[in-house]
Design a protein around this ligand. Structure first.
Ligand code: C2E
Ligand code: MG
Ligand code: MG
Ligand code: MG
Length: 277
């Protein structure tokens, strides 16, 4: 085959890699239609306090693909980041999330809930990001103080000055900020402490090994202590077992998100009083 392909043809990729690249290209092309064809869905995963109350939810995006079924964000958010489509998707998501927040705020049973929204790097770095958030709040009438934006360490620290000025502008409105997947980045702690953060989310990779891997157990304890010393809230992600939950409570982490309390579900299955299955 190499011979018939001619002497100037180089095989840069093995067939598996090639298939992977065409797969990406196909998904990328399909994603261009996802917004206009209304294939993106908001899922909600509850956030629970140690006394059993649901205090809020995180919005997690799903893509209802016409042929592939439900596609998870790890398979299309990075694509959307690379192609720039994340800007349109992110703006749409903010509007949808604020619309839901407004509905909750008008309903006594749900009015205290905080809604957390993931913000990607490409979206946050837009020069008009602050305006985007203001627009979403104004057009929906949602109160800013129950909107929480989640940034990853790499997004937040990519341009610290820009990050701080955007955060401060939004905090003036009442918007709150969480740092997502905390502990997984290569970030400098001293930079992180400069950010006006309200909450630290302990990454699930550490929570998973609580009580089983001493170094991860120690990391969890250290993050909790650090958050408290900095006057920030701390929430554990990926809490799956009662043993993990007990350890967290014992070490003063009193907020949880994870399958133990509920999976991400469409709004119609989001139930404040029972575990979402
Ligand atoms: P994340 O923001 O750290 O979200 C938490 C992820 O952990 C979610 O995965 C959630 O389903 C999963 N999870 C929650 N509890 C448990 C548990 O107990 N056990 C295990 N094994 N997993 C748990 P998901 O929904 O697949 O999202 C993955 C990532 O994709 C998110 O991580 C976030 O970085 C990104 N993402 C999701 N939705 C959006 C979005 O609307 N915008 C942006 N920019 N990124 C998003
Ligand atoms: Mg998140
Ligand atoms: Mg996370
Ligand atoms: Mg993550």
């Amino acid at each position: 085959a190499a011979k018939t392909a001619g002497r100037n043809t180089y095989r840069l990729f093995d067939p598996k890699m090639q298939a992977c690249i065409s797969e990406r290209a196909a998904l990328d092309a399909d994603l261009r239609l996802a917004l206009s064809e209304q294939q993106l869905r908001l899922y909600f995963q509850k956030q629970v306090s140690h006394d059993g109350h649901t205090v809020g939810a995180e919005v997690l995006l799903r893509w209802q693909h016409p042929q592939r079924g439900l596609v998870l964000p790890d398979q299309f958010i990075p694509l959307a980041e690379d192609s720039g489509q994340i800007v349109a998707i992110g703006a749409w998501l903010l509007l949808e999330a604020c619309q839901q927040l407004k509905l909750w705020q008008s309903d006594p049973q749900h009015s205290t809930l905080t809604l957390a929204v993931n913000v990607s790097a490409g979206q946050f770095r837009q020069s008009d990001f602050v305006e985007q958030v203001k627009h979403a709040l104004q057009t929906t009438g949602a109160h800013a103080d129950h909107l929480k934006l989640e940034l990853t360490e790499s997004t937040a620290l990519d341009n610290v000055d820009d990050t701080i000025s955007k955060m401060n502008a939004l905090k003036t409105l009442g918007v709150r900020f969480a740092i997502d997947d905390f502990g997984t980045g290569q970030s400098s702690l001293s930079y992180l402490t400069q950010l006006p953060l309200d909450q630290i989310k302990i990454d699930q990779s550490f929570v998973r090994h609580i009580g089983r891997r001493p170094q991860d157990t120690l990391i969890v304890q250290t993050i909790i202590g650090m958050a408290h010393n900095l006057g920030m809230e701390v929430i554990a992600e990926g809490v799956e077992t009662q043993a993990q939950c007990d350890f967290l409570v014992k070490h003063d982490c009193l907020l949880f998100q994870g399958y133990l309390f509920g999976r991400p579900v469409p709004l119609e299955d989001f139930n404040l009083n029972a575990a979402d299955k």
